[in-house]
Ligand binder design. Structure first.
Ligand SMILES: Nc1ncnc2c1ncn2[C@@H]1O[C@H](COP(=O)(O)OP(=O)(O)O)[C@@H](O)[C@H]1O
Ligand SMILES: [Mg+2]
Ligand SMILES: [Zn+2]
Length: 509
């Protein structure tokens, strides 16, 4: 007596289909699961037995063999409880076998037969589409992510008993259709607005330019000047995510599980890992590799506060994602690649005491201490940050000025959107999509300076002793500033502003 159903397993943020078969024969009552299942799958035996009994079915006292194929993929967790239970019930004739075999089912069972939500339902839904499997039985709580993308018919259920009735056609339900308006529990909503920030015009302007050209941003300034406040508001001025970006971001959260349970994520993420975070927390990893902070920030902002306090080897993790927009996590046997395309926003004090450049307080650090502090961030990492801006302490009068009104995020976002559109057109049919990603070839082509702009750049290079590396960055940022102005040619004022954002290439901040 053999019965079949599809199940699924995760590799990184993708899923693959597993074929599950159950064979029941007479003999000693043994219930075994084969196909290299891990401890978690073995535990599922106990849950399956209890759930079947508590759903008012007899558990067969026969020899039961459940086989998961292919055998060589690592399978995690309670995700197989539901398909195993269904397959056993089919093998003993409680479910019509011929009805069962077209379904894929996922879900963890409680001892009383309720179906609990599982991780990775969105990637599984996409894998079903690829494998041409049409009907997907999911835990009720996972119904929204199951139905965001892909073409499968989604059938959500709360208990094992309901699923049995449905497969036996004793009840009829329509497949679930994604409802964007249904409330769901997304990990963030963007409640921050730039209109809350007083003063700090030049830092906000730098954030606008960074958001426009996809540049990474470093803010340096004394504690309490508003660096964290500004960073938190950057997602509110980034352009809306495309559907594809939303699906990618949601896939990552679907695999991580945690608090996420719901529909399409449309807001850009803001991740703010603490400076004591480990390299694994940032990069991702673990026995079943999970995305780290760099991937949770995918399509959004990765904010590293107290940048100089991060351990050096933790920061080095950032180099691959900053270059390739993805991160590879290697395990003993295999490796996974997670998407990790984020805007890096970093903040640091200007010196160990934090008062350098303060209007009213004195810095007590020696030049040597200041240099040592700054050199904690490696050259190659600094190299990937195009815009450095000083955030000075607010004057008391600025903070208490009730009359001053700052610009709203919506206004800034509109300008950013226009600048991005210019770049979309410029880089159409190429592999890059923002000014920050330009390499020498594109810089030569798109960053042509007029005569006065060139003079300014030459003079700055000589006078401020900028390195050759700064040169390209100034050109790229000038291009973005000209795009914000909506003009083709880069002129002196664009270059002069871009030069300001290389202040830390000069002597100590
Ligand atoms: N420019 C500002 N406008 C309004 N409030 C500010 C500003 N700068 C600082 N604050 C207030 O001070 C608090 C600390 O600011 P924060 O952004 O954490 O500073 P930093 O990150 O530079 O140390 C904020 O929560 C806010 O209440
Ligand atoms: Mg802060
Ligand atoms: Zn100091």
């Amino acid at each position: 007596m053999l019965s079949l159903i599809y199940a699924a397993t995760l590799n990184g943020i993708d899923a693959s289909i597993v074929e599950l078969e159950t064979y029941i024969s007479s003999g000693m009552p043994v219930f075994s699961i084969v196909g290299l299942p891990d401890i978690a799958v073995k535990e599922s035996r106990d849950r399956v037995v209890a759930a079947i009994k508590n759903s008012m079915f007899d558990f067969p006292t026969k020899k039961i063999t459940v086989n998961l194929a292919p055998a060589d993929i690592k399978k995690e967790g309670g995700i197989f409880d539901l398909p195993i239970a269904l397959c056993i019930l089919a093998a003993i004739g409680k479910i019509k076998k011929e009805n069962l075999k077209k379904f894929c089912a996922v879900g963890e069972l409680s001892l009383e037969g309720k179906i609990r939500r599982v991780k990775g339902v969105l990637p599984i839904s996409l894998a079903l589409q690829k494998n041409n499997i049409k009907d997907f039985i999911v835990p009720f709580e996972n119904r929204q992510e199951a139905s965001i993308a892909g073409t499968a018919n989604i059938f959500p259920f709360k208990t094992l008993g309901e699923v049995v009735q449905f497969i036996n056609s004793e009840t009829f339900i329509d497949s679930y259709k994604y409802d964007d308006t249904e409330s769901f529990n997304n990990p963030i909503t963007n409640e921050y607005d730039f209109s809350d920030v007083k003063g700090q015009k030049s830092a906000i302007r730098a954030a606008e330019i960074a958001a426009s050209g996809g540049h990474n941003l470093l803010m340096s300034g004394p504690p309490g000047s508003g660096k964290t406040m500004i960073a938190k508001r950057i997602p509110s001025i980034l352009p809306p995510m495309t559907f594809e970006e939303s699906v990618e971001t949601t896939k990552i959260w679907s695999v991580v599980g945690g608090g996420f349970c719901g529909g399409l994520i449309k807001t850009r993420m803001f991740r703010n890992p603490h400076h004591t975070s480990s390299a694994i927390a940032l990069a991702g990893g673990g026995p079943y590799p999970k995305p780290g902070e760099v991937s949770l920030a995918h399509n959004g902002v990765l904010f590293l506060d107290e940048f100089a306090e991060f351990k050096r080897d933790t920061l080095e993790i950032l180099r691959q994602p900053l270059e390739d927009k993805k991160i590879t996590v290697s395990r003993a046997k295999n490796s996974f690649t997670f998407p990790a395309s984020f805007m890096l926003v970093a903040a640091m004090n200007p010196c160990p005491c934090g008062n350098l450049g303060h209007r009213e307080k004195y810095c007590v650090c020696t030049p040597l201490q200041i240099n040592k502090y700054r050199s904690k961030i490696s050259g190659p990492l600094m190299d990937r940050i195009d815009i450095h801006v000083e955030v000075l302490a607010l004057k008391l009068s600025e903070l208490t000025d009730l009359g001053s009104v700052s610009e709203s995020s919506a206004n800034i976002k509109e300008r950013v959107g226009r600048a991005r559109q210019i770049q979309n057109d410029r880089f159409l049919k190429t592999k890059i999509y923002s000014n920050a990603q330009m390499q020498s070839k594109e810089i030569k082509k798109y960053c042509v300076l007029n005569k006065s702009a060139y003079e300014i750049l030459k003079m700055s290079m000589e006078k401020l002793k900028f390195s050759a590396r700064s040169y390209d960055k100034i050109l790229k940022v000038s291009r973005t500033i000209a795009d914000l102005d909506g003009v083709q040619s880069i002129s002196a004022n664009h270059v002069a502003e871009a030069v300001k954002y290389r202040f830390s290439d000069r002597n100590p901040i």
